[in-house]
Design a protein around this ligand. Sequence first.
Ligand SMILES: [Fe+2]
Length: 170
Amino acid sequence: MLNEKVKKLLNEQVNKELYSAYLYLDFSNYFESRGLNGFANWYYVQAQEERDHAMLLYRYLHKNNEKVALEAIAQPDKKLDSDMGVLKAGLEHEIYVTSLINDIYSAAQSAKDYRTMQLLDWFVKEQSEEEDNANNLIAKMELFGSTPNGLYMLNNELAARVYAAPSLVV
Ligand SMILES: [Fe+2]
């Protein structure tokens, strides 16, 4: 049995990760309508990764004999009014998710739940990569995105991102 607070937070995180998937699908949706298929692909792959994060937590809860409560997924609420605005909203969201993971980690630590801490170690590392990716994307956009040629090249680069299953198995 998991600690009540840890269980509740993990359960909520399943929903938050599914929301992340939904949010990034909306980003992809935005870039599709802009005709920037590479950016759209990048966020489409990101949405798939977020769904994986939810499934890892879902599997973990079941592995510990906890039933998962599937709550409603909120409507994506970020205002998508410019290409750079979307990229920055992505970074802002990842910083928020990092804080959520840290909160669960703190709860697990207080409960001496070493098993959950070990699971979350992967998520801590993943969040550092997510923030790094979001920062790099903003930096590239600042450097190259202001000319049609640069935007075209960057779009082509992002079109090459392919989905890979998570390195963690639960
Ligand atoms: Fe995630």
